[in-house]
Write a new protein. Structure first.
Length: 210
């Protein structure tokens, strides 16, 4: 009997997780197509299946759904660099790996689409959306890199710098030459992106090394 109950609970949990994932996948599509204010939870439910009550039970409201969608995307971007052993005392190699990863993710179409959605939002949830985006997107990456830079400063591998500021500067150096042209449909070639990364790395290390 207990085995049957355990199996039923596991199946229910699996179904619930699958339903949650379906809602988020569908919501991401609708948000990108319609913007936040123009996205309808009824349309999300229609495409995903299920019920409006289930959506509200899982996410609370449309804002909660948007936050869950964006949090998942940022988790995919940053979680690989929150694992043990990823950062090393080889500063150049670590920064190159981080910069290449962040650059590749930020230059994807969905990253550009989310940026457009957030900055263009004018509805009643505008401040909450923009605050959530800033905290869980750019600032999460900056905190992650700043922690590594501070560790390397402590070991004497980098000179004393404002690590929070330096982290933001390095990230922007890797993406800035390409991100704004991307907003207008101008995509860099892989060679251009790599050249931009290497130059950003050289300039950053030239100023940050003891």
């Amino acid at each position: 009997m207990n085995q049957r109950l355990d199996k039923g609970a596991c199946c229910a949990t699996a179904r619930g997780e699958a339903r949650r994932e379906k809602f988020m996948q569908t919501a991401a599509e609708v948000f990108m197509e319609c913007g936040y204010a123009g996205a309808s939870v009824n349309e999300i439910v229609r495409r995903a299946g299920g019920s409006l009550s289930t959506l509200y039970r899982l996410f609370g409201n449309k804002l909660g759904l948007f936050e869950a969608v964006f949090a998942k995307k940022t988790e995919e971007v940053f979680s690989p660099f929150e694992e043990d052993g990823v950062w090393t005392d080889d500063v150049e190699a670590s920064l190159r790996a981080f910069g290449r990863h962040i650059q590749a993710r930020l230059l994807q179409d969905d990253a550009v689409g989310i940026f457009r959605l957030v900055v263009s939002e004018r509805g009643e949830d505008r401040e909450k959306i923009q605050s959530f985006f800033l905290e869980h997107g750019p600032r999460r990456g900056q905190r992650l890199l700043a922690g590594y830079l501070a560790d390397q400063v402590g070991k004497g591998h980098l000179r004393a710098i404002d690590c929070e500021m330096a982290a933001a500067q390095f990230i922007d150096m890797t993406r800035a030459p390409f991100f704004y042209p991307l907003l207008f449909g101008q995509r860099p070639s892989p060679a251009e992106a790599e050249r931009g990364l290497e130059q950003a790395l050289a300039l950053f290390l030239d100023g940050a090394r003891p």
